[in-house]
Design a protein around this ligand. Sequence first.
Ligand code: SDX
Length: 392
Amino acid sequence: DTGHFTYDPGFGSTASTKSAITYIDGDQGVLMYRGYPIEQLAEKSSFLEVSYLLLNGELPNKSQFATFENDITHHTMIHESLKRFFEGFHHDAHPMAMLAASVASLSAFYHDDLDVDNAEDRKLAAIRLIAKMPTIAAACYRYSVDWPFRYPRNNLEYVDRFLHMMFEVPSEPLTLSPVAAKALDLLFILHADHEQNASTSTVRLVGSTGANPYASIAAGITALWGPAHGGANEAVLKMLEEIGTPDKVETAVKRAKDKNDNFRLMGFGHRVYKNFDPRAKIIREMCHKVLAELGVNDPLLDVAMKLEEAALKDDYFVERKLYPNVDFYSGIIYKALGIPTEMFTVMFAIARTAGWIAHWIEQHETPGSRIGRPRQLYVGSDKRDYTPMDKR
Ligand code: SDX
């Protein structure tokens, strides 16, 4: 049945996690949030509506959505003293380092009014995290370019408010682009949740100890940063830039197959999808549309398309069922929106916060949930006696 599965992490032990939030069929390339196919949500929904769905299990009616959106809008501010926290970083600090640290620091502001066993407290934490993530993310960016921080504008919708905090400068009003906002909202929908991926499993494991949601989400952010996971979108752009032109693609494919060369095709392969990642299909189509509507001509898109074409007809990739994943094309769109490469995984984190906190809450609401405690297969030394230093 969907929602219950047992998997073997490969060490001879099994772990079973039950969840009703997201369903993936890796062979068929199926992804559903609370039973709704990702293709339908991508076409018809919004990131905030999807966040409500992930948290509550049902799509909201008009008044439920209005209340949720109002709650989010009125929790977007962060404490002024967090500015001094940022000032402790060098300006070239990686935004993911600043994001993880800042989100963990939210525990310092809210720990005394948060009882993880209280449903209302858990809901308020979810609202705070979804609301504040864009504010903190924009602050990470503005600090890295040494621009003044921008306060969230309550008269703007979620994504427009984020783009305003990112790019508005005192010298001239920012013209918000509906194309950019729609593209970013769609990318947020596609990245919002993905079952028991490494960072979500991290959030659940940390949350299972009773740790507060801010600390649990901060742990998820650090897990996401890895280039094998959410850090792949940044790594894909760097890889495409390293390849440079379509005529260098064949060499790159050869290198990716060479076991002595640790060059990997970033944005290819997946732990679960052994077919096309349904999100990659949607993003690939979006890429062409958004770049055309924004009038952006990015030669890296040609490199990406040539790379995908070459890999999909190469036995090495076909035999190993290595297809483009969610990270393969997303960076090209972020770049077209003016978002710098080192901020790509921060974008992923903003979106995944909805899924992370939904899983954190689900675990608290699942009767009989216990502390996570993966087991191992011991392959170390047999029992032996201690020998004094002068005898070794
Ligand atoms: C995300 O889990 C999730 O749901 C994650 C995610 C989410 O939404 O949360 O979907 C987001 O993390 C997507 C994945 C982003 N990462 C990348 O694009 C990095 C590049 N991909 C690889 O590192 C790799 O494919 C993984 C980590 C994604 C998957 O690892 P697996 O399933 O453990 O694959 P593997 O390492 O066992 O590889 C199987 C074979 C190996 O060759 P052989 O030993 O069989 O000879 O395929 C090869 C690997 O060397 N291989 C690759 C490759 N990926 C796997 N060879 C070249 N390029 C690649 N990208």
